[in-house]
Design a binder for this molecule. Sequence first.
Ligand code: SF4
Length: 381
Amino acid sequence: MKYIDEYRDAGVAKGIAQAVRARVTRPWVLMEICGGQTHTIMRYGLDEMLPPEIELVHGPGCPVCVAPLEIIDKALAIAARPGVIFVSYGDMLRVPGSHSDLFRVKAAGGDVRIAYSPMDAVRLARENPSRQVVFFGIGFETTAPANAMSVWQAKREGLRNFSLLAAHVLVPPAMRTILASPSNRVQGLIAPGHVCTVMGTREYEDLSRDFHLPIAIGGFEPVDLLESVRMLVVQLEEGRAEVENQYARSVTREGNVPAQRILEQVYEVCDQQWRGIGAIPMSGYKLRPEFAEYDADLVYGTGEITAHEPEECISALVLQGLKKPVDCAAFGTLCTPERPLGAPMVSSEGVCAAYYAYRRHDGGQDGIRRPVGNRPVREVL
Ligand code: SF4
């Protein structure tokens, strides 16, 4: 296939779902990691096309959702400082910290700006030498290279008024934690194609071997995801546990070597807090000591901040595939996109936002979920 609409072709999708139905003989629990994949599944109703033996659970692959509450509170403290231009991706602005969010800081007079690239923040620093510019760098291995490049570029230019507040998380260590848990339910994994585009597939080979886990490196379109499910079901039914690359149009075994090189130059791997889940050893990046003057955490001396999640929020269980958003008592009542309690309801990749957007909370008056523009699922696919 060559064009995007072919990856959304209803006939192809139904054919793959039928192939899964013909192959499956027993129940299997499969996890997709990436929030973008979750939204495609919800939007197109892919889970409902599959036979009842296949249960899809949703993983911790929304970077905004797993950014620890402590880093949000640090961001709020820095953004409120006079003289600071605080730059962030747009979907961080409504993520609730302990007591506020970046929108409210902006409303109170903070200079909070949205950017689509960290290099925009470097440009702002260049254009505003009398101001301090801080970029809020949240993300998985996908966004980490661009954020690393901004620091590298700022150092190269000798900019002294740019810094990065970083909370980068890594997929394989988080998956190890989930898979090693006694409560783990995951039997097959749809790995995030964009992460593997950067990092390659090697790390997933170790994961597959260590946990005897079938893995399909999956894309983000409906046909990509259904094909990934089919690959996993075939492996599971045959008792195999290998890494198969469904997203071969983007992913190679080696990954993006220049991007990996900039990661190695600028970051070192560190223990990392995951929102709701807690600390996971060696699951994040921090700036290397030679880039310390660009580390906003050190520059602004925010130190340790202790934060507490709202008691009602069960996002930790949702992000480990142990619960669904509809199992949360606050879903759609105390917690809505307008008044979110937890980050998964805010982010454009959040699983609770996906369930809310596509009407999983009420099933629709006539039992048909209404995704984009209130059209029934079957008309969208
Ligand atoms: S619905 Fe809201 S409160 Fe419940 S798990 Fe999701 S984000 Fe947390």
